[in-house]
Design a protein around this ligand. Structure first.
Ligand SMILES: [Mg+2]
Length: 259
């Protein structure tokens, strides 16, 4: 296994997670903007890959710009973007009636991409993103088609995410309720830790997995995704510890200081 300093020098594409690495809610994490500037000064291509399933790349790029981080829409990919892309590339899903649980923007994007989004209680495919307003009623309204075997696609199964100093329930809260009540597991989890989420984004950035490094704060999503395709990773964690193929550090600026 190479040393971290060698990996930082050799890898050209740094794929960086957002929640818990660059920001907490609307609060930039100390040193994150400086670290990204240092990476760019060293010639690295930066991409932000997030399991956020309520917003698209344009909105996230705007948020980063407002926080003082220079980036374009093309340098961001969310699990919502990836799910819209996945669904709209599939002839199978294009033929189905689709029920969406998630943000208004998610529903609009799926509709705009030639998918047949319906509002009825009869449908052939259920697509799930984060829905902070979900209730018992939300689950009850989709349970029967789910038990009968409709297609079941989810943006991600993250249980929680850091927001302004506390943990908040993530997309996995709703997916967990659906799994628990129906006994179904999703047919497809499009976001992290799905390795295709990483691979497609690295392709978009004209990169190669053999030259990629992943930086994230979740073992289950960021580190596992990287590990499953043999990409080294840095696990941002309060109590850093090195794992096989993953290096533990406390913050993004600590990564920059190792360069
Ligand atoms: Mg994170």
């Amino acid at each position: 296994m190479s040393k971290l300093s060698d990996i930082l020098r050799e890898r050209s594409h740094f794929i960086i997670d957002l929640d818990g690495v660059v920001y907490h809610g609307n609060q930039l994490i100390d040193g994150a903007a400086d670290a990204i500037r240092i990476f760019r000064d060293r010639g690295k291509t930066i991409g932000f890959l997030t399991n956020n399933s309520t917003k698209g790349s344009r909105e996230i790029a705007q948020k980063l710009n407002q926080l003082g981080i220079d980036c374009s829409e093309r340098e961001v990919c969310t699990s919502m973007d990836a799910t819209v892309d996945f669904m709209s590339r599939s002839e199978k899903y294009k033929r189905m009636s689709i029920k969406v649980l998630g943000s208004g923007e998610f529903k609009t994007k799926l509709s705009k991409n030639s998918l047949n989004v319906v509002d009825s209680e009869e449908f052939e495919c259920l697509v799930v993103g984060m829905d902070p307003q979900f209730t018992y009623e939300t689950v009850a309204k989709v349970l029967n088609p789910l038990i009968k075997g409709c297609a079941f696609i989810v943006c991600n199964e993250d249980g929680f995410y850091p927001s302004n100093g506390v943990w908040m329930p993530g997309c996995g809260a709703l997916v967990g309720a659906l799994r628990g009540s129906s006994g179904r597991i999703p047919d497809e989890v499009v976001g992290k830790p799905n390795p295709l989420f990483l691979k497609n984004f690295v392709d978009q950035l004209d990169g190669d997995l053999s030259k990629t490094l992943v930086i994230g704060d979740s073992l289950e999503s960021d580190v596992w995704m990287a590990k499953s395709v043999g990409v080294p990773s840095i696990w941002i964690s309060e109590k850093p510890c090195d794992l096989d193929g993953s290096f533990g550090l406390k913050s993004l600026i600590d990564v920059a200081n190792m360069m």
